[in-house]
Ligand binder design. Sequence first.
Ligand code: ADP
Ligand code: MG
Length: 308
Amino acid sequence: MNEFEFIDWVRKLSKDAEASCVKTGIGDDLAVIDVAGQKLLLGSDMLIEATHFTFAAATPEQVGRKALAVCLSDCAAMAGKPLAALVSISKPAATDTQIVKQIFSGISKLAKKYSCPIVGGDTCSGTEKLTIDISLLGICENTEPVLRSGAKPDDTIYVTGRLGGSILGKHLHFEPKIQQARWMAKNLPLTAMIDISDGLSSDLNHICEESKCGAELRSDWLDSVIAPEAEKIAKQDSYSPIEHALNDGEDFELLVTISSLPPEQLPELPQGITLLPVGKITSEADIKIIYPNGTGENLPPKGYNHFS
Ligand code: ADP
Ligand code: MG
């Protein structure tokens, strides 16, 4: 049973207890809870030493920054505004408290930048690996949350930036696209959105599964979303730049589907917002790459998967 099959199992198990205030439960970037008519967003993300980071490759400050940034990225993926966070941390007994303080320094700088106060949490010692778990509360103001489940056939699929090779640095210093997502939700007919944490092929698959549709990615469009870092890392391993763009995780760009808005009809976008087309949603069940000569190839989801 892989990570996603396990989450599906938890989702079925949890269905019975869902109350009417739960507008969106397990299966989206954050849950949507209706509290007195307000759409609150709620979710959590955990980072574990050796699985998600190492202190050989990242400073404690960078690790702290990333732990909050991944939560903020999920908030962006709902077009939400962050309100507050809870930070729980557990360290091996031998880890110096100074390290934990530096982690918190990284968290609190980003919290300040995104007006997301740390309002609580928990502190423990004794785990084998240092573990940080952050829960985030957000809100959708003046827009509806943009879910994974709203994509429709013929919607155009866009990404907000170039992809691949994030391990060379972007996975530590990316900016969560909070403002950009809120602008898009207000000004464009978005139908679905997700942040690219697992990899384009996997995250598009999440949208397709939730929206019960398929997708066709155009290979010529994909060529222009390959990040320079994907080209660079492809020289060091056996994967091509396009494979890195499709399957590397942790770019934390947004993947959006927009109704009736092909690239030639996109309005002028404000500074700081980029939309690069990659394909369109179809009524088929699968995701394909279409080549200029019209032939197609199935694209299996190959992004990161815990439990597999
Ligand atoms: P993301 O990559 O956007 O952070 P995940 O792949 O971590 O999303 O999670 C997908 C969905 O599954 C989310 O709605 C998340 O809240 C839910 N989820 C993941 N693990 C669990 C769990 N152990 N219990 C309940 N829900 C879970
Ligand atoms: Mg996400």
